[in-house]
Design a protein around this ligand. Structure first.
Ligand code: SAM
Ligand code: SF4
Ligand code: SF4
Length: 340
């Protein structure tokens, strides 16, 4: 069943955060010293996640991405992967990870039926990684990327958040690294989402700037014509290498956005920028039947008017979306809780 929102965008894509915890402290996502964590008792069990996924699939979801926080911090994650991979209606089951624990788990994830992996990789330089993430795990991330290929995954992606003066001189090096991995590199514009408390517009490197830099190095870059709802615009270098740019800040893709997000404690958000979500854990744990949960979700999606990133474009003097005091009062506003 296809379910349209107020702009006719269909509910197809669900990002499930399996934990709000993380083993890195990326400057664009978790720059603070302390965080308020979701209470453990409220974190959904795997059976609950699988049951909610069934309800979403009844309503047309056929793509699921596991995320976090860092999803590999969730114990026994391959068990959840196996439960989801067994669902015939799911066309795509992917995971986004920072890669730190990937070398340990890549084999088990592949064996459990995960289709694809996206690894976040912002720099090839260990000292930059340490400064950007406040952790010393760069070698583990690189080992994790190698392990993904060795485990037999294909269509691997490497996501890079590009920040001016931090890693914007590494775009070509990252593309070259991607060729060898092999993996398709996607450059993401730095976004002013919840959690990004140090964001400012002058640190954003726009798609246009990225393309100009890469044309300086590679020559003519050809845009690929595509009709999918995927957020990345894809491009081809003269040697045939394909890469993507997710221009979420300067040219957002809200008009075709088919994704929503379920937090680890079962709150459903219809937009990365939404200030409020729909509690599904409460009704689920009180014994709501699948039809009742489906009605709640269908009602929410049917009323969806969100175009968060587009609306932010209209703001003249942009500063971080959510102030620190609000993030502390409601960790659901954090990017690491929503899953990016
Ligand atoms: N921890 C995992 C990881 O980093 O891959 C999964 C969760 S993380 C929140 C998902 C994605 O959100 C990552 O690729 C990260 O780079 C991206 N992200 C976080 N904060 C961002 C920001 N302010 N702007 C753009 N992307 C951001
Ligand atoms: Fe970095 Fe992902 Fe952790 Fe955020 S959730 S701090 S992006 S590794
Ligand atoms: Fe979708 Fe909201 Fe992101 Fe726009 S800002 S693409 S509506 S999640």
């Amino acid at each position: 069943m296809a379910l349209g929102d107020t702009y006719g965008r269909q509910l197809r894509n669900l990002r499930i955060s399996v934990t709000d915890r993380c083993n890195l402290r990326c400057a664009y996502c978790m720059p603070e010293e302390d965080y308020v964590w979701l209470p453990r008792a409220e974190i959904l069990h795997f059976g609950e996640i699988a049951a909610l996924a069934d309800v979403f699939m009844d309503l047309g979801v056929d793509k699921i991405r596991l995320t976090g926080g860092e999803p590999l911090l969730r114990r026994e994650l391959p068990r959840l992967v196996r439960m989801l991979a067994a669902k015939p209606r799911l066309r795509d089951l992917a995971m986004t990870t920072n890669g730190v624990l990937l070398a340990e788990h890549a084999g088990a994830l592949k064996e459990a039926g995960l289709h694809r992996v996206t690894v976040s990789l912002d720099t090839l330089r260990p000292e930059r990684f340490a400064a950007l993430t406040r952790r010393q795990s760069h070698a583990q991330v690189l080992a994790g990327i190698e392990a993904v290929t060795r485990a037999g995954f294909s269509e691997t992606k490497l996501d890079t958040v590009v920040m001016r003066g931090v890693n914007d001189d590494e775009l070509a090096e990252l593309i070259e690294f991607g060729k060898r991995a092999p993996a398709e590199v996607r450059f993401i514009e730095y976004m002013d989402v919840g959690g990004a408390t140090r964001w400012s517009m002058d640190q954003v490197v726009s798609r246009r700037e990225m393309l100009a830099m890469l044309e300086g190095r590679y020559g003519r870059i050809e845009p690929l014509a595509e009709t999918s709802s995927a957020p990345a615009d894809r491009y081809r270098l003269p040697d045939g290498t394909v890469f993507g740019i997710i221009s979420s800040t300067t040219a957002p893709f809200c008009s075709s956005c088919d994704r929503s997000r379920l937090t680890a404690d079962g709150v459903w958000y219809l937009c990365l920028y939404a200030q409020r979500g729909v509690d599904l854990r409460g009704p689920f744990r009180r014994g709501a039947r699948p039809e009742e949960l489906a009605a709640l979700i269908a009602d929410g999606w049917g009323r969806r008017t969100d175009r968060g990133a587009e609306q932010r474009l209209a703001v003249r003097e942009r500063s971080p979306l959510v102030q620190l005091a609000h993030l502390k009062a409601d960790p659901h506003l954090e990017m690491h809780t929503r899953g990016g």
